[in-house]
Design a protein around this ligand. Sequence first.
Ligand code: ADE
Ligand code: ZN
Ligand code: ZN
Length: 264
Amino acid sequence: WGVDGHAIICQIAQDRLSDSAAAAVEDLLPNYAKNNLSRLCSWADRVKFRYRWSSPLHYIDTPDGLCTYDYDRDCKDEDGVKGRCVSGAITNYTNQLLDYGNSSSESHYNLTEALLFLAHLMGDVHQPLHVGFTSDRGGNTINVRWYRRKSVLHHVWDDNIIETAEDRFYDDNVEEFTEAIKQNITGEWSDQVVKWEKCSDNKVACPDAYASESIEAACDWAYKGVKNNTQLEDEYFLSRLPVVNLRLAEGGVRLAATLNRIFG
Ligand code: ADE
Ligand code: ZN
Ligand code: ZN
């Protein structure tokens, strides 16, 4: 996702934290974040160049056309190093954060950075094309037109659908869009939320389940009907916006649920 998608997910999560998780987040965030995760939710994208090792941690490449995800098969970087993908990174930073409050010794890890990576990557694993096909790099090499403008399919899902929704329906205001999604969470979707939060086998984080949902949505919605140089307009925008809304909501709800389990 772009800046707005991440800010939406982190704001939804911030507003669902338990008291103990909110206190830990307040403690770990730098003061200039004003006790709100959403202000630093895109930090992990800004450090991709400084921390070159971190760029494969934002996505998963899966076999072309298969529409499935398997941790052992797919969670690796371009050199084949296992665990270096968004799902492996979510598990890693979750485990680092479980050190928080272990008074026995200071953590060996930078838990502020662990929190900022976790908050960001929990968003990315919900972006369908962050679990995309290998040959097109998650839609990054598929050129399209978004209405009259040049874009690429990956960017349509990171940014263009959200920008167009804000422009058309929410007064160009990310807070208004966030509020509308939050109302869906407590209204229309309220009976599904408990299921979204659930993580089987008493695990603290469940990123593999979210990655599987993403590649399915990528096949069913993102890639469907799109070839190189396809023009995407209202038909695509209006049918895919509900999918984007749902993934942003699930991302926010699950980020909060994970932080509440970590800091519970
Ligand atoms: N680079 C390679 N594959 C990618 C993906 N699925 N998402 C973002 N960046 C990528
Ligand atoms: Zn992206
Ligand atoms: Zn990212």
